[in-house]
Design a protein. Structure first.
Length: 277
């Protein structure tokens, strides 16, 4: 009977002993690393295109995220980096600039702010768009140490000003752009189309939510290029505002300064004339 009691006592006490030991080990581990400040990119490759960003937006601050391995601070902190020129094709002060990197107070997340200059991104829809590359490496300083291997301490940012024709397909699987509705294809037309489309969210939020489920956030999924289910909404809030914008003499000089090849041929959506088949 005594042996049974001793056995039961040992069996019941063992988990408690293990918990105490585990907790103690965890506590020691945390204490050992509490002054360590490691830094790493959360992504090794990132991409940005001005794409259908409103034409009036000529610069964009793109933030490359980093994360801290260690304790947050009660004040903002900066950290060090360098540009790897061997693979970088973008030119500082022309296509991009870099503002001071920061990790905010009481946070383990930070970023490197890259200001991209749309006006200096070369290429167009006729000749093709230039894709720029920017390689950034984290560098050890008196506050932070990159946590990954040297080969993994670099983040590559690709960026351009490409605006591709949406992948609307006809019944035969060919790309379609209905000219009797929109005139000849031009990137600015798609930019303004998406801009006015997204404004529906402020006018009829539930309707916009349903439209996004069908057509996508950027009208990239419109079946046959024909949003017939919501055509009344599209005419009122998208196509008619586009017609007014492109035909307003006050906008002509600005449009031509940014897009000298723009064809002013966007038709009135309430007077569409389909070609005879």
């Amino acid at each position: 009977m005594e042996k049974i009691k001793i056995f039961l006592c040992a069996t019941l006490c063992l988990p408690v002993f293990m918990v105490v030991m585990t907790s103690c080990n965890d506590e020691n581990y945390l204490c050992y690393d509490e002054n360590y400040s490691g830094l790493y990119f959360t992504n090794d490759t990132m991409r940005y295109s001005f794409g259908v960003t409103p034409a009036e937006v000529r610069t964009m601050e793109y933030r490359i995220p980093v994360a801290l391995m260690g304790k947050p601070s009660d004040s903002d902190r900066t950290f060090s980096y360098r540009i790897e020129m061997e693979h970088t094709s973008a030119e500082y002060g022309v296509q991009y600039e870099i503002r001071e990197p920061v990790i905010r107070a009481d946070s383990i997340l930070g970023y490197i702010p890259i200001v991209l200059n749309r006006d200096e991104l070369k290429g167009d829809h006729k000749s093709g768009y230039v894709r720029y590359r920017l390689d950034i490496r984290l560098v050890k300083d008196n506050q932070f140490t990159p946590t990954l291997s040297p080969a993994d301490e670099v983040c590559v940012l690709y960026f351009d000003n490409a605006v591709e024709q949406p992948n609307w397909l006809d019944a035969d699987g060919n790309k379609i752009w209905t000219e009797y509705r929109f005139g000849k294809w031009h990137p600015l037309k798609y930019i303004k189309m998406v801009e006015f489309y997204q404004q529906i969210a402020n006018i009829q939020p539930e309707t916009y939510k349903n439209m996004v489920e069908i057509y996508g956030e950027y009208l990239e999924k419109v079946p046959y290029g024909d949003p017939h289910t919501y055509m009344t909404i599209m005419k009122k809030y998208v196509y008619k505002p586009m017609y007014d914008y492109f035909n307003d003499p006050a906008n002509k000089a600005d449009i031509e300064s940014l897009y000298p090849d723009f064809p002013f041929d966007f038709p009135d959506p309430y007077n569409w004339i389909a070609p005879m088949s």
